[in-house]
Design a binder for this molecule. Structure first.
Ligand code: PLP
Length: 427
């Protein structure tokens, strides 16, 4: 047995499924998860000391590459001053100022410790501020695991949703309307029927939890207009795409201002920091100013904020996003040229430092299209790549992440491994 197998068996004795977050268990691709010992730059090492090029990057946070020396130093310095105070610190002000500067739609922000907390709190705030209950979300978008967001579409169009997790009472999801991503007509229909009752629309403006799917401009513009017309709050869940697709997030690329934004992943630089923020008049409904309760023992934790703040500083280096986008595009161009070379149903797409690979002819624009991709072939590809030292997300329905440390030679190694893997699968 390999060291990974030994650890996985042992982990399953004391931890359900052997993991602390389900996708890590390799259930959809099969096989044994790699237990990670260390990471540096574009690489991670497993329990067997096997080295991989990492395209998960902790699911997005590792945008600078793993263990960036300045981030590590900031964390060490902060830790020496004490780990947590349960009282405000100056670093939290700096962090808030930085976020408000980089994302102009955010006038005020509150720090939390996970993306789930950020979206859950933004939702409560939207409901509190509008005094309405109903919310709209889109099939395939993931917004963390709060009860009212673990929902799939109801039996008919414009019927309210059903829980996707057991343990969520149907009563908790009966206010959630689930619509198709990139379908403006459905959105129009939903607002014409329920407009005055809708507290908010929550969306990933670049979806990264059903593989990568970009919103069309028309879809987001329609959403913005309908929310304004009906007094509903528009929440962009940029936990994944914020500071990942561009310095100002997806909202800067689409030039659309949401009322509230949820952030996470990159803003913690690998430690647990997330945030939600937006218009000051909406944020004023939060305790201690207003009646919407929200709190956290470790919110704005000084060590985590040190990592986040340093990361936010470093991603503002000149040309950071130009270079990151270029490297990601080189990877995707490489994948697409292999597809043409071998004439197979395979394609790839990218935005900023995020990419998607799809075992179908064309880049998908909807949840239904992405579900039509050949997941069985992806699973074979995943294992062929893993064997060759390339660590992709262990699911056909997750996005990939490139870091500033993914150099030309790293990308080239990856493309060569992909060519070998795909030849083996198809030839
Ligand atoms: C990861 C993610 C979340 C949840 O964040 P956690 O920190 O895992 O709780 C919410 N929304 C989106 C878009 C995400 O990608």
């Amino acid at each position: 047995m390999s060291s990974n197998e030994i650890l996985f068996q042992r982990a399953q004795i004391t931890t359900p499924g052997g993991v602390n977050s389900p996708v890590r268990a390799f259930r959809s691709v099969g096989g044994t998860p790699r237990f990670i010992k260390k990471a540096q730059g574009a690489y991670i090492w497993d329990a067997e000391d096997k080295k991989y090029i990492d395209y998960i990057g902790s699911w997005g946070p590792a945008i600078l590459g793993h263990a960036h020396p300045e981030v590590i130093a900031a964390v060490q310095n902060a830790a020496e001053q004490g780990l947590s105070f349960g009282a405000p610190t100056e670093a939290e002000i700096l962090m808030a100022e930085e976020i408000c500067k980089l994302v102009p739609s955010i006038e005020q922000v509150r720090l939390v410790s996970s993306g789930t907390e950020a979206t859950m709190s933004a939702l409560r705030l939207a409901r509190g501020a509008t005094k309405r209950d109903k919310i709209i979300k889109f099939e395939g978008c993931y917004h963390g695991h709060a009860d009212s967001l673990l929902v799939k579409a109801g039996s008919g169009l414009l019927t309210f949703g059903n829980p996707t997790s057991s343990g969520v009472p149907a009563d908790f999801t009966k206010h959630t309307l689930v619509l198709d991503y990139n379908d403006s007509d459905q959105l129009e229909a939903a607002f014409s029927q329920f407009g005055s009752e809708i507290a908010c629309v929550i969306v990933e403006p670049v979806a990264g939890n059903m593989n990568l799917i970009k919103a069309t401009e028309g879809f987001l513009k329609t959403m913005r207009r309908l929310c304004t017309e009906h007094g509903s709050i528009l929440i962009f869940d940029e936990v994944m795409c914020g500071f990942r697709v561009a310095l100002g997030g997806a909202q800067s690329l689409y030039n659309i201002q949401p009322d509230l934004t949820a952030l996470g992943k990159v803003i913690g630089g690998g430690l647990p920091v997330a945030a939600f923020g937006g218009k000051a008049e909406i944020m004023a409904h939060l305790a201690p100013l207003g009646g919407v309760y929200q709190a956290g023992t470790l919110s704005g934790n000084p060590v985590a904020v040190a990592a986040g703040l340093t990361t936010l500083k470093l991603i503002q280096a000149p040309e950071f996003y130009t270079n990151l986008s270029q490297q990601t595009q080189k990877l995707v161009d490489g994948f697409n040229s292999i597809a043409a070379e071998l004439n197979i149903d395979f394609c790839a797409d990218a935005i900023g430092g995020m990419f998607g690979i799809y075992f179908r002819k064309e880049v998908p624009v909807s949840f239904n299209q992405v579900m039509q991709a050949n997941a069985a072939t992806f699973n074979r590809f995943f294992h062929e790549m893993l064997e060759r030292g390339i660590y992709l997300a262990p699911s056909a329905f997750e996005a990939g992440f490139v870091s500033a440390m993914h150099s030309d030679s790293v990308i080239e190694t990856t493309i060569n491994a992909a060519r070998d893997s795909l030849r083996k699968i198809y030839m």
